[in-house]
Design a protein. Structure first.
Length: 209
């Protein structure tokens, strides 16, 4: 399973009444094959238990499963990868814990950070916010499609575009060269997660990548 296409990030806070597992199952039913768990508020125990359940669901579906920030939890549940922020463990340290077969991505909000992530050995770059977003309060300045295109052209690893991506603009990030489009609210806040996921996948596929 390659790192390409729609990249769904779960969030229980944005989707009240829906659990990480429910979001994941519905997104997978809509065709999602990359799932990342994100939870800034859960206790260590709850985050671990939720991640363990998502690992089971994604494994059964043949989907990639990644953990946001938490290298220890990614290792504990046997995740396929981890996405690291600028203040998380360095890539080399995470690699020592997780091993060579696990994907390690680094979030970047500038061309310089993206270049440093590649130099540090990241397997992919999570770049953004490409568009305005209220989902991630600590997101950097909006980069726009031109900067995304420059990052995609210069990076030797896949680029996952993130930030404000919706049905209206998802094709444009593929056209800019992104391997994946990461979405949170466009899926978890949808009335029907399965239908929203399917529509986003179709629209991403229409982009000229």
């Amino acid at each position: 399973m390659g790192l390409t296409g729609l990249y769904v990030i779960t969030d229980e806070v944005l989707s009240p009444g829906r659990t990480h597992a429910q979001i994941t199952a519905a997104a997978i039913a809509g065709g999602a094959r990359i799932i990342q768990i994100r939870d800034k508020n859960a206790s260590d125990r709850k985050f671990y238990e939720d991640a363990l359940e998502l690992r089971r669901i994604t494994r059964d579906a043949g989907a990639l499963f990644l953990v946001n920030d938490r290298v220890d939890v990614a290792a504990a549940v046997g995740a396929d990868g981890v996405n690291l922020g600028q203040t998380d463990l360095p890539v080399a340290v995470a690699r020592g814990i997780l091993g060579k077969g696990v994907l390690i991505g680094t979030s970047a909000d500038s061309i310089q950070q993206a270049a440093e992530a590649v130099e540090d050995g990241a397997d992919y770059i999570g770049f953004g916010p490409v568009f305005p977003t209220t989902t991630k309060l600590d997101a950097g300045p909006v980069s726009g499609l031109d900067t995304l295109r420059r990052v995609c052209e210069s990076a030797s690893v896949p680029v996952v575009a993130i930030g404000g991506i919706s049905l209206a603009n998802i094709a444009s990030v593929k056209s800019a060269g992104a391997a994946c489009a990461a979405v949170i609210s466009a899926v978890v806040c949808a009335d029907d997660i399965t239908l929203a996921t399917a529509a986003l996948i179709q629209e991403f596929g229409a982009g000229k990548g």
